[in-house]
Design a protein around this ligand. Sequence first.
Ligand code: ZN
Ligand code: ZN
Length: 367
Amino acid sequence: MILAIQPEETMRSFVERTLFIKGKHSSTEVFRKFPKSPSRADVSIIAEALGWFGCYGLNKMLHRHTNYPFTAVFKNIQDISYSRNEYISYSSFYDSNRNPSGFCPVCVAEDIERLGFSFWRRAHCFKLKVCAEHNVELVKRCPHCDKQFSHGGHDLGVMWKACEGRHLKNCPVTLNTDPFELKKAQIFTDILSFTHHLSEEAVLAVLNEKIHQEGVFEQKIWNSESDRCLGDKIERRLGIVKNARSVNRLPSDEPTDFIIQAIVETYESFADFVCDVKAYGDEIRPIESLLSTYIAGHQESTHFVEENYKHGVGYWSCPFPAKKVWGMWDWRPVYYPCCNFERPKRKGPQPQPELVKNAPPGIYRRQ
Ligand SMILES: [Zn+2]
Ligand SMILES: [Zn+2]
């Protein structure tokens, strides 16, 4: 019997809470072996323990229990996958125990009242300073011994044990007095819980216009060297994204920090920003619709596989074939139902099935 992961709970919090409740010897091996810097494969293993399988399972975990939405919410309109090729890559690391965690004492007290225990929330284990819900300062160091909640300090188990006999819930509450920090926390939290993908081009175009259109913001933005860089960065990336769309070439991924920073600097709320983005006219796609799909490869065009768990098959597609390739234009989109598509009948050498080195993973079939 596996514990239930709580809404907004970080993966590491869930793993450490399981070990605390079940004891180091009685808990399932995957929890005991959860590494200090988990890779994509480790995230999938925990997702599977919860009954979340395949590409969908990995993405559900990334979307609900890590800070991955800060990247994924701003999505290129020609990308139909939630996390690009994360599902078949081995390079990324998530939720390292070196990232300092934090908590809001009011949230902790409310959790204990409601559930009988508390847990570590993803937005509070990030670089924010304030709880968006309670407008109180987040606690990033143990109030009893001043240790950080990360490698070299307290492990996350201190939430359920205590430090020197004193529980974290008895930590003093400090009200936040900086309205900018509150707005920032609210915008970040709204991005984490947003249910749709916003078109990257629409996002950049709206920010670019906003920065140049409003005198006040323009003054503010051009005030310092770093703000000028921000405006330049948005304009440069917008050019890349528009050009890539015109020739059907997915641009390489870029960190989205500058997008989020620009939203925080120029908008009062994330809802206001979303209103402007919607007016741009690009489709606003539900997160749920992209969770089962990953990028299977880039040749001249980007190829996707959508996993279907009812039938246990993958649909391979190339919805946006590159327009400029070897001097040829306008390749038509291709959708292959599974890999057993009918081959053209012709004379001469027939295709021979061959075992490839990096075959896409097998697909789970729901019983
Ligand atoms: Zn709170
Ligand atoms: Zn302590």
